[in-house]
Write a protein that binds this ligand. Sequence first.
Ligand code: AHZ
Length: 309
Amino acid sequence: APSVATIEITEQQNPVLVAKANGSKVDNFQAIEDYNGKYQFAPIEEAQVSRAMIKRYFNTMYERAVSDVVIIGAGSAGLSCAYHIGKTRPDLKVTIIEANVAPGGGAWLGGQLMTPMVVRKPANNFLDEIGVPYEDEGAFVVVKHAALFTSTILSKVLAMPNVILMNATAVEDLIIREDFEGKQRVSGVVTNWTLVALNHDTQSCMDPNTITAPVIVTATGHDGPMGAFSAKRLVSAGLLKELGNMRGLDMNRSEPAIVNGTREVTPGLIMAGMELSEHDGSNRMGPTFGGMMGSGVKAAHETLRILDS
Ligand code: AHZ
């Protein structure tokens, strides 16, 4: 039997619909889920759709203009960090800024565009925590599709009331202020919609927006068109002498170096994931993702240490 839900239309909600309702049959205002040719949507005005989105999006921007922590980059490291903070500290406003339309960074695939994802132990504990199944191969485990990890962690993170993801939004700069002792401190991010950020050479000045936070976690990946963003900015801002530059692949050296090296690299800025290899000059690990999960969780611990100090 088709399920029928009568939609309440109050004048306050939609005066146009109420006016129409006065002269129309009530059937026209029912939502009917019938796959035998009578499927009917509850009526809507186009402006309701616009307002439903605009109100929420701009309320979020308004509220998050001051956040507790901003995470730059929703790759495997940034998302693991967001998960741990979001879960352990529901009181904190966690704001993730992701330049791409699709969050997830490189974690939609394993290596060489193949789908399985290898995770070295003990990072399988993180997979257990978020509920991603795997095959146990002894020293490491294999998730059948990298997208299973990424879609699962995204669904968990996005369902947390205190975590906000603003995708298609790029961090264009860092807010760097002097603290009361005269020391330089990263105190926020400078943002723009990515399509704007990509057009600074084709249009006259299009100024950005800002989000301030006592802690910023940067996890923008290794160098590339967008990667290693904050590491490079620290150099041009004079806060880091030079980039260490990512070294060649060595799985055994790389993964512990990234996890253990995840830290506050300059006051207010914690660096996680493969961005750190560019900062520190550590090796890459190639297609093994446990280091990214461990680094994200370590970045979360560092964030809480700073916020609680
Ligand atoms: O779009 C980027 C990606 O989703 C995003 N990003 C970069 N610059 C940004 C900016 N503003 C906002 N300025 C920005 N977002 O950051 C995300 C980085 O994700 P990633 O998957 O590239 O990095 P990760 O460190 O989380 O994971 C690295 C995974 C790798 S690379 C590698 C190797 O080359 O050997 N091995 C592994 C496991």
